[in-house]
Design a protein around this ligand. Structure first.
Ligand SMILES: [Zn+2]
Length: 591
């Protein structure tokens, strides 16, 4: 039996460092190549030695597919391609291809220039890596080679995020990356065909969450920001440069306008300008409302939100600052946090998930004394709030996607084991399909139903069409009548006449006979004539012949009458028919 193997090198019962190996139909595909933000050592990158100890990755991998630009999905890519060594194709959507190198370079700067780490990829390596990227369009089937094809679907989540359908022969896998099943202010909802993959590999970040209604969440957010501003506090909102930042900006901008608020709102620059540039460039990837508004007014040019300068952080009075990165692990958001942490009037709102090991994760877990570099401790007195604005599918959304794609098996990644366990139970119960959740380095093997492709002759198809059936539809199975022949290692369904011709065989007819006894005192000829008359009266529309040689023929059925040797009152009826005419049998008159 053919099988598909899935091995997470990262994101197996964990969030961060997404990297999943799939072996399907003899092809090996790497899905995402992320880094773990919670580690500074070897654990930061996936363990590529799992694929090969000393050979080149190119010899083992047929392609790499990157779902979106978040670093936990693409952060290890230059390391893999340029330092470990991979020269094969790398696929990602156009927006991801444009934005990914900016985030990689930004992260490289923080890591190498600020933290002074060595053994990290260089700017040149990022450039060389991006040269290997082949951009994907949505809903366009891309042939990686003769057998392997991939197709991208819209995933919501962040600009350019895609789910991908991977197909070899009749086997297929869908990988979701990160996705969102509800549309928001600037992006649409994820969508996929009813493609019935053998395995659906889904993220499960919010496996146990069924989030409060979006409106409540937003009202809560605005209330908290407003209260803080009113009492003269400063509000820090650490964000990813692209994604939630834009969403929250639109929300605050509208609120400031409506409430006529005067406190300044800032957005850390650099990345922001680039981010906005890319939103404009890839406006078709955003939702319909933004696209419409874009014509009249640019939604990403804000009236109340201004560029941030480092010196503003020390200004007196209230303010709101959006700053990157989102998990407070480095950069500007961390600098501002250090300055504001000591004042209980201030507030930090974490709008997304924080990976273990980051300061964001620590303060969300209630830690109030933080050890900083150089053995200094930081007292955290400001108010810490967490509001889930990450655009991940919640439990309801994941179930919704399963209903959409109708997979035969489910495999969960990018989540915490306990939460996965809960969702796994729900999925198995509701859909009666197997659900797997392999840990990193653990392989899940799923056997697939072998299916054999068969060519159908055009003549046979035309004949079927002539019978007035529905038009052929690849998604609707139907019954076809014909003869299956195998020639030159491939199977063909043809009409029986064509099969005989192609195989050089003669046609033989198989006839069935039986004897029926009747009590009838009349002559043989008389009995036969009465049978003939009866058949003519009941089988209207059939050709019935009475031949001079004493036979009655109904289509291919032959009827003869003779008297029994022992008793002339007993007539013996000889019936003979070919296979096709069996259906008439029941209509023959009995004694
Ligand atoms: Zn993401």
């Amino acid at each position: 039996m053919p099988e598909i193997k899935v091995t997470p090198l990262g994101a197996g019962q964990d969030v961060g460092r997404s990297c999943i190996l799939v072996s399907i139909g003899g092809k090996n595909i790497m899905l995402d190549c992320g880094m773990h933000m919670g580690y500074n050592d070897d654990r930061r990158f996936p363990d590529f030695s799992y694929i090969t100890q000393n050979g080149r990755l190119t010899d083992f991998l047929d392609c790499v597919i990157i779902s979106h630009f978040h670093l936990d999905h693409c952060g290890a890519l230059p390391y893999m391609s340029e330092m470990v060594g991979y020269d094969g194709p790398i696929y990602m959507t156009h927006p991801t291809k444009a934005i990914c190198p900016i985030l990689l370079e930004d992260f490289r700067k923080i890591t190498v220039d600020k933290k002074g780490e060595t053994n990290f990829f260089t700017s040149q390596m990022i450039k060389d890596c991006m040269k290997k990227v082949i951009p994907l369009n949505l809903h366009q089937t891309v042939q990686v080679d003769d057998e392997l094809e991939i197709k991208a679907y819209y995933a919501g989540h962040v600009l350019g995020a895609a789910m991908v359908h991977i197909k070899v022969g009749s086997e297929s896998v869908v990988y979701t990356g990160d996705y969102n099943m509800t549309p928001d202010r600037h992006l649409g909802a994820a969508w996929i065909d009813k493609c019935r993959p053998d395995i659906l590999i889904s993220e499960s970040t919010y496996a146990t969450t069924i989030r409060d209604s979006k409106r409540c969440r937003e009202r809560d957010f605005l209330k908290k920001v407003h209260e803080s501003i009113e009492r003269g506090g400063k509000v820090l909102i650490p964000v990813f440069a692209l994604g939630r930042a834009q969403e929250l900006c639109i929300l605050l901008e509208t609120f400031w306008e409506r409430m006529n608020l005067k406190a300044p709102i800032y957005f850390s620059t650099g990345l922001t300008e680039k981010a906005n540039h890319y939103y404009k460039l890839f406006i078709t990837w955003t939702n319909q409302k933004i696209r419409k508004t874009f014509v009249q007014r640019n939604m990403f040019e804000f009236k109340h939100i201004k560029a941030f300068d480092r010196s503003y952080a020390d200004n007196p009075g209230p303010m709101v600052v959006f700053a990157t990165p989102g998990m407070l692990h480095a950069g500007q958001s961390l600098q501002i946090f250090k300055k504001w942490a000591g004042n209980e009037k201030n507030m930090v709102i974490m709008p997304g998930y924080c990976v273990q090991g980051t300061i964001g994760h620590k303060i969300l877990n209630g830690q109030r004394k933080l050890e900083m570099e150089g053995r200094a401790t930081l007292d955290v007195k400001l108010q810490v709030e967490y509001m889930s604005f990450s655009a991940h599918a919640d439990a309801k959304g994941i179930m919704q996607l399963i209903r959409m794609a109708e997979p035969r098996n489910m495999l969960l990644v990018h989540g915490e084991a306990v939460k996965m366990e809960f969702l796994k139970g729900k999925i198995e119960q509701e859909f009666s399909i197997d659900c797997y959740m392999p840990a990193n380095g653990e392989t899940t093997t799923v056997t697939t139903n072998p299916s054999v492709p068969v060519d159908i002759s055009l003549n046979l198809l035309k004949r079927e069409m002539g019978l007035g059936g529905p038009l052929p539809d690849p998604k609707k199975p139907r019954t076809m009548h014909g003869t299956l022949i195998m020639k030159e290692n491939s199977l063909k369904l043809v009409s029986s006449e064509q099969a005989l011709k192609e195989l050089g065989l003669n046609e033989h007819q198989l006839r069935f006979t039986c004897h029926v006894q009747l009590q009838d005192p009349h002559s043989d000829a008389d009995t036969l004539h009465r049978i003939y008359t009866h058949l003519k009266s009941v089988l209207k529309g059939y050709t019935i012949q009475h031949l001079p040689d004493g036979t009655v023929i109904v289509e291919s059925i032959v009827i003869k009458v003779s008297s029994s040797a022992e008793d002339s009152n007993t007539k013996v009826l000889l019936l003979s028919w070919s296979y096709q005419t069996l259906i008439y049998n029941g209509l023959l008159p009995g004694g």
